[in-house]
Design a protein around this ligand. Structure first.
Ligand SMILES: Cc1cc2nc3c(=O)[nH]c(=O)nc-3n(C[C@H](O)[C@H](O)[C@H](O)COP(=O)(O)OP(=O)(O)OC[C@H]3O[C@@H](n4cnc5c(N)ncnc54)[C@H](O)[C@@H]3O)c2cc1C
Length: 507
C-alpha cells in the first residue's frame, strides 16, 4: 500500500538509469531535490560543533544521473501510473494471499502450474471473496515481514542492532550554515545524525538516539517532540524551528523473493528501495522471457546468483555505516577502505554480476568506462545521424536502450560500411525464439556520407576520445541484456562466440 509520507527518499544513479529506460526518469527528476553537496560537522572537546569538510556530489562518470531525494510514495505513484498505461498489466488491490503451496515434485517442466495460491479479496464492508489460482511462478515482494518468505520457511539476510534511531521529515527554519546542503553532524558521545534535503523544501533528519550497548531508553518514550528536542541539542548553538512536520530470493525456481522480503537492514544506507527496484528489474525480463518461451528456464537460476551477492554487500555496507556512526569512532582514517567500499556500492553503477550463461565474462574490472560482461554498459553521448525518419540529435546510449524486454546488440564500427556484413551474419545467428532484437550501429567517428534510404537510425560517438575510454577495439560488438548489463562482448568477426552465447540462453 502506497504511503504519502515516510519510507525511502534517496534515489541513486543506477535506479535513475532504470527509470530512464522506462521513460519515467524525467518525471522523477522534475519533482526530486538533487543532492548536490554533503557537509560533515563534528563536535570538539569543548562540545562546540564545526564544519570538518564539504564535498560536492557530482554524478559518477559515464552516467548522466546523480543522487536525489523524493518521497517513496511519490515514486511509487509514478511507477503505478506507468504500469496502468501498459495494456498487459492489471493491478488487483485489497487482495491478500492466505495459502501458498508449491507442488515441487512436478516443477521441472516449464509448462506446468505448480504454485497453488489462495487469495482473499476485499469486496465491500465485511465481505470478501476467496479464490484459488494455479500459477507458473510467484514473486514475493511483500517487504521485511514477508508472508511469502514465512510460507516457504526461508531464512532472511538481516543486520540487527540495538541502537535506536529516529527519523523525521520536517520543514525547518535554522541559522545552521549548511542547512541548504545534505549534512552529517557527528557527536562523540551520542553518535551520528544526518539530514538530507528533500523535495518541497522538506528536510529528513536521521538521528541516533542510543548506542548498541545502551538500552536505557524506553522505546515507548520516543515521541516526535523527543526526537526534535534531540535534533535541536545536536545543532546547538544554532537554532532550529520546525515549521511543518510530515511524520516522522527463490524456492524451486518457482517462487522468488525481492526487496526487503529477502534482505532486512536499517534505512541508514538509503538503499533498500533502490536495491528492491533493481532486484525486480533483474527478475522481470527473465521471467517474462521464460513465460513467453523465448528463454531457457535455466536463466531463472541467475536471479539468485546475481542478486544474492548484492544483498550480502548491502548488509555489509549497512554494518560499516553503523560503525561509522558509533560514538568515539568518527571520523576514522582507518576506515577509509570501508568508506571507499560504501561509496562504490552506493551509486549501484559498479556492480559486476557473477559469470553465468547470461554473462560470459572475459575480464574482471571495476571500471565504469570499460565495456565489460557482467557490468552495465557505460553511458556515452551519441549522435543520431539524420535519416529521412530522424533528425540529427544528440542523446545518450542508455537512454535509447529502452526496457521493453528486448536484447540489444550494440555494434561499434570504425566505418559504417563494416556494419552491413555483420548484420547479415547476425540475422543468421539469431535463434527463432528470440523475437525482440534492437540492433544499434555506432560509428566511432562521424560518417562522411549517409544512406538516405536506410530506415535504421545510425549513431556515432559524440566524443572521439570515448572509443579510447571504453577501450574499444576497432570493431566491437556487445550483446546487452534487457536490463542494460553486457552479457557478451567481443570482435564483430567472433561469430562463433556470439553463437555460443545465444544458444546458451535462447530456446
Ligand atoms: C525511514 C526510512 C527511510 C528509508 N530511506 C531509504 C532511502 O533513502 N533509500 C532507499 O533506497 N531505501 C530507503 N528505505 C528503505 C525502503 O523504504 C525499503 O527498503 C523499500 O520500501 C523496500 O521495498 P519492498 O518493495 O521490498 O517492500 P515494501 O516497500 O515494504 O513493500 C511491500 C508491500 O507488500 C505489501 N504486503 C505486505 N504483506 C502483504 C500480504 N501478506 N499481502 C498482500 N500485500 C502485502 C505491503 O502492503 C507493501 O505494499 C528507508 C526506509 C525507512 C523506514
Amino acid at each position: 500500500m502506497m504511503s504519502s509520507w515516510g519510507g525511502a527518499d534517496g534515489i541513486k544513479s543506477r535506479t535513475m538509469e532504470v527509470f530512464d529506460s522506462f521513460g519515467i526518469a524525467d518525471e522523477v527528476s522534475k519533482l526530486w531535490a538533487p543532492i548536490n553537496s554533503w557537509a560533515v560537522w563534528s563536535e570538539d572537546d569543548q562540545g562546540n560543533i564545526s564544519r570538518q569538510f564539504r564535498t560536492t556530489n557530482s554524478p559518477p562518470v559515464r552516467t548522466k544521473w546523480g543522487d536525489g531525494a523524493l518521497q517513496q510514495g511519490v515514486i511509487e505513484k509514478i511507477i503505478k501510473h506507468y504500469l496502468a498505461s501498459q495494456s498487459s498489466v492489471s493491478i488487483q488491490h485489497e487482495t491478500i494471499p492466505t495459502s501458498l503451496t508449491v507442488e515441487h515434485t512436478v516443477t521441472s517442466h516449464p509448462d506446468i502450474y505448480p504454485c497453488v495460491v489462495t487469495l482473499k479479496r476485499h469486496q465491500e464492508e465485511n465481505v470478501s471473496a476467496e479464490e484459488t489460482i494455479r500459477a507458473k511462478y510467484v514473486i514475493g515482494a511483500d517487504g521485511a515481514g514477508s508472508w511469502t518468505r514465512k510460507q516457504l520457511h526461508l531464512t532472511t539476510d538481516t543486520t540487527r542492532t540495538n541502537a535506536l534511531w529516529g527519523v523525521v521529515d520536517t520543514r525547518v527554519t535554522s541559522d545552521f550554515p549548511d542547512l541548504a546542503s545534505s549534512t552529517t553532524v557527528y557527536n562523540h558521545h551520542a553518535g551520528g545524525m544526518f539530514f538530507v534535503r528533500r523535495e518541497r523544501d522538506l528536510t529528513r533528519f536521521y538521528i541516533q538516539l542510543t548506542t548498541d550497548e545502551d538500552d536505557s531508553l524506553d522505546r515507548d518514550s520516543v515521541t516526535l517532540d523527543f526526537i526534535i528536542d534531540r535534533i535541536r541539542r545536536r545543532l546547538s548553538p544554532y537554532t532550529l524551528s520546525i515549521n511543518y512536520c510530515e511524520c516522522s530470493m527463490s524456492k524451486h525456481e518457482r517462487v522468488f523473493l525481492t526487496g526487503d522480503a529477502v534482505h532486512t537492514h536499517s534505512p541508514l544506507a538509503g538503499l533498500g528501495m533502490n536495491i528492491s527496484i533493481q532486484d525486480s528489474y533483474n527478475l522481470g525480463w527473465k521471467l517474462a522471457g521464460v513465460i513467453k518461451q523465448e528463454l531457457q528456464p535455466s536463466v531463472l537460476d541467475t536471479y539468485e546468483l546475481e542478486r544474492r551477492p548484492i544483498a550480502h554487500e548491502l548488509l555489509d555496507v549497512d554494518r560499516i555505516l553503523f560503525q561509522f556512526f558509533h560514538p568515539g569512532q568518527f571520523p576514522n582514517q582507518d576506515r577509509s577502505e570501508d568508506g571507499a567500499r560504501v561509496v562504490r556500492f552506493l551509486s549501484g553503477l559498479q556492480i559486476q554480476y557473477t559469470p553465468s550463461i547470461l554473462t560470459l565474462q572475459q575480464q574482471d574490472t571495476n571500471s565504469l568506462d570499460q565495456l565489460t560482461a557482467g557490468m552495465r554498459i557505460p553511458d556515452v553521448e551519441i549522435w543520431t545521424v539524420s535519416t529521412p525518419l530522424a533528425a540529427s540529435a544528440n542523446t545518450s546510449l542508455l537512454t535509447i536502450l529502452r526496457s521493453d524486454g528486448s536484447f540489444h546488440v550494440v555494434v561499434f564500427v570504425e566505418h559504417v560500411d563494416l556494419f552491413a556484413p555483420f548484420e547479415v551474419a547476425l540475422r543468421r545467428l539469431l535463434p527463432p525464439s528470440s523475437r525482440n532484437w534492437n540492433v544499434i550501429p555506432i560509428c566511432m567517428r562521424a560518417p562522411d556520407r549517409i544512406d538516405l534510404e536506410s530506415r535504421m537510425p545510425l549513431y556515432c560517438l559524440a566524443e572521439a576520445e570515448d572509443s579510447h575510454a571504453l577501450a574499444l577495439k576497432p570493431s566491437t560488438v556487445a550483446v546487452v541484456r534487457p536490463d542494460q548489463y553486457v552479457g557478451w562482448c567481443s570482435g564483430v568477426d567472433d561469430t562463433k562466440g556470439l553463437e555460443t552465447y545465444l544458444r546458451g540462453i535462447f530456446i
